[in-house]
Design a protein around this ligand. Structure first.
Ligand SMILES: [Zn+2]
Length: 156
C-alpha cells in the first residue's frame, strides 16, 4: 500500500513577493532556480504575436520536476499611472506594476483593491489623460510611492 503523502504544515519561508511553488508530486516546496523569459503566443483580435513573459523557474529537490511560474498576474497596465506618466513602458509605471504584483496581489485585501482598481480606473484614467493639471496633481501624489518602491524593488 502506498503511504500517505505528507503535506508540510508550515508554509516554507520565501523572500517576500515570490510565489511559493509546491511540487504537485511530492508536496515539497520547490527550490528557486532563477528568472527566465518564456515566449508566449498571444491572440489579439486579428493576429497572433509572440511576447516574452518573465517567469521564475523552480525545481523540486526530491523528484527534480521543474516548474515555471509567471511573474505576470494580470496582463494590462496601470491605467492611472499610464495616463499620468505617459507611455505604459515608463519606468514609474513598471515600478507601480511591480508593487501590484509583489505586494498587493500577495494578500486578500490587496487583491480586492486591485480588482476594484481595475474596474474603476479606466474612466478615471481617461479624465486624467485629458487634463494637464490633473496629470500634474496625480504625478505629485504618485511620485513618493514610486520612489519608495523603486528603492525596494527597483533593482533588477
Ligand atoms: Zn517532486
Amino acid at each position: 500500500m502506498q503511504k500517505e503523502r505528507e503535506i508540510p504544515k508550515k508554509k516554507p519561508k520565501v523572500p517576500i513577493g515570490l510565489p511559493v511553488v509546491v511540487c504537485p508530486d511530492c508536496y515539497k516546496p520547490m527550490e528557486l532556480l532563477g528568472k527566465v523569459d518564456v515566449d508566449k503566443e498571444e491572440r489579439t483580435l486579428f493576429k497572433k504575436r509572440t511576447r516574452s513573459v518573465p517567469h521564475i523557474e523552480f525545481r523540486c529537490p526530491d523528484c527534480g520536476m521543474e516548474w515555471k511560474e509567471s511573474l505576470e498576474r494580470r496582463g494590462g497596465g496601470c491605467f492611472i499611472a499610464t495616463a499620468t506618466f505617459g507611455t505604459p513602458m515608463a519606468h514609474e509605471v513598471n515600478i507601480l506594476r511591480r508593487f501590484r504584483d509583489v505586494f498587493l496581489l500577495q494578500n486578500r485585501t490587496g487583491e480586492m483593491f486591485v480588482r476594484a482598481y481595475y474596474k474603476l480606473s479606466p474612466p478615471i484614467a481617461r479624465t486624467i489623460e485629458k487634463s494637464e493639471m490633473l496629470r500634474r496633481f496625480v504625478r505629485i501624489l504618485l511620485t513618493p510611492i514610486v520612489k519608495l518602491f523603486n528603492l525596494i524593488y527597483g533593482k533588477h
